[in-house]
Design a binder for this molecule. Structure first.
Ligand SMILES: [Zn+2]
Length: 57
C-alpha cells in the first residue's frame, strides 16, 4: 500500500491525504472529489481529485 499524496495548492508541497491505496484501488475510486483533513503544509482543508493523486511508498 502506498500513501496517496497531493500537491498542496497553497504551498506546492506534497502532503498526505490520509488515504492509503495502491494504483488499482485508486483507479476504482469513483468519488470525484475527496475531502482531506487538515493539510499538514498549510493547515487548510483541501478537496482533491484522483487525477491529482501521487502515490508514495
Ligand atoms: Zn495545503
Amino acid at each position: 500500500m502506498a500513501k496517496v499524496m497531493i500537491k498542496c495548492p497553497e504551498t506546492g508541497k506534497l502532503v498526505f491525504t490520509g488515504v492509503l491505496a495502491d494504483k488499482t484501488m485508486l483507479e476504482k475510486i469513483h468519488i470525484r472529489q475527496n475531502k482531506m483533513g487538515r493539510c499538514s503544509a498549510c493547515g487548510k482543508e483541501h478537496l482533491w481529485e484522483k487525477e491529482q493523486a501521487i502515490l508514495q511508498d
